[in-house]
Write a new protein. Structure first.
Length: 318
């Protein structure tokens, strides 16, 4: 009975998105010999099996600790998958309460923004409305940290309407369309890096797009070790492949700057279990499950890997 209760709690804690899907051979790219982040060719150990036939594993890089799918889905397979995804989730985001989230980032100083005449914010993968980025802009203006916010939204479904007289909004479909040499004071990449096939390329674009002193916020899943552990007890949790292609927890964020040769120009200023994405009043069971998974880390530290999600903030120094 205890295991059954734990199973229900954990499944509730990881719910909230579309289920994974088994891909056929025609939906898959070739076996990835290199790590998609650091391009190391060292053998990568298997963490969990994502599907048996055709075989797809989650492999962990010994150099940067990125945990990634051994085979990436084709572009067509991803388009088909997400067409179905957005038919279920029209808003395109995964967080309850954008203002609550933004207040935690800006209002508490986790993302430091000093007073200036204008602040540029890039939101990567924020969905149709980019609610978090707009909430961040609202707080910056209300707290008089700036007189104007320029929001740049990068998402296939983003809308580039003007939010207010003090907020300019432009939208692009991909990172590769961004104007060359454009920089940002704040970059938000919440619950998006796990979805991109070319992890190293996209992460480098984001970090190199920071202005001097600017900060980038990342929120990523950290589920695979927990899935592997619970399988020993007959508990099966869905990693949601091909929606999730990577699992990026504490070890990854500790090593990412050396792996990308950015230790002289950037620094990791925050790295902890991610904020619980659901509101306790709206979804008490799922929220309680998420808190339960994260709590032991605050006592055990890195010895506890089953936190469900991770957040990191990186600042540009030079």
């Amino acid at each position: 009975m205890a295991i059954s209760f734990v199973t229900r709690m954990l499944q509730a804690g990881m719910a909230g998105g579309q289920a994974g899907k088994r891909l056929s051979e025609q939906d898959l790219g070739p076996l990835e010999a290199q790590c998609p982040l650091c391009h190391s060719e060292q053998p990568r150990g298997s963490v969990i099996t994502l599907q048996e036939v055709p075989a797809v594993e989650l492999l962990e890089c010994a150099n940067c600790a990125a945990i990634s799918a051994s085979r990436m889905p084709t572009e067509k397979a991803l388009i088909d998958y997400y067409c179905d995804y957005y038919s279920h989730f029209a808003s395109g985001f995964t967080f309850d309460g954008d203002v609550r989230f933004a207040q935690r980032l800006i209002g508490t100083g986790k993302i430091p923004v000093t007073k200036r005449s204008a602040v540029s914010v890039l939101d990567f993968g924020g969905g149709v409305e980019a609610g978090l980025a707009r909430a961040v802009a609202q707080i910056l203006l209300e707290e008089r940290r700036t007189e104007k916010v320029k929001l740049t939204l990068v998402d296939y479904n983003a809308r580039g309407q003007k939010a207010s007289a003090q907020t300019e909004v432009v939208a692009y479909r991909t990172l590769y369309e961004l104007p060359h040499h454009q920089t940002f004071d704040v970059i938000i990449a919440s619950a998006i890096m796990e979805h991109v096939p070319d992890l190293g390329r996209d992460l480098l674009i984001l970090l190199n797009s920071l202005a001097l002193g600017g900060v980038a916020y990342f929120r990523t899943p950290s589920n695979s070790k927990m899935i592997r552990f619970l399988k020993n007890f007959g508990i099966t949790l869905d990693f949601t492949y091909p929606a999730h292609l990577h699992d990026l927890g504490e070890p990854f964020w500790a090593r990412v700057l050396p792996a990308l040769h950015l230790t002289d120009s950037h620094r990791l200023i925050h790295s902890k279990p991610a904020i619980v994405e659901t509101d306790f009043l709206r979804t008490p069971v799922r929220s309680a499950a998420a808190w339960t998974m994260k709590a032991p880390w605050y006592i055990l530290g890195s010895k506890w890997a089953m936190v469900g999600g991770w957040e990191a903030i990186i600042q540009r120094l030079s």
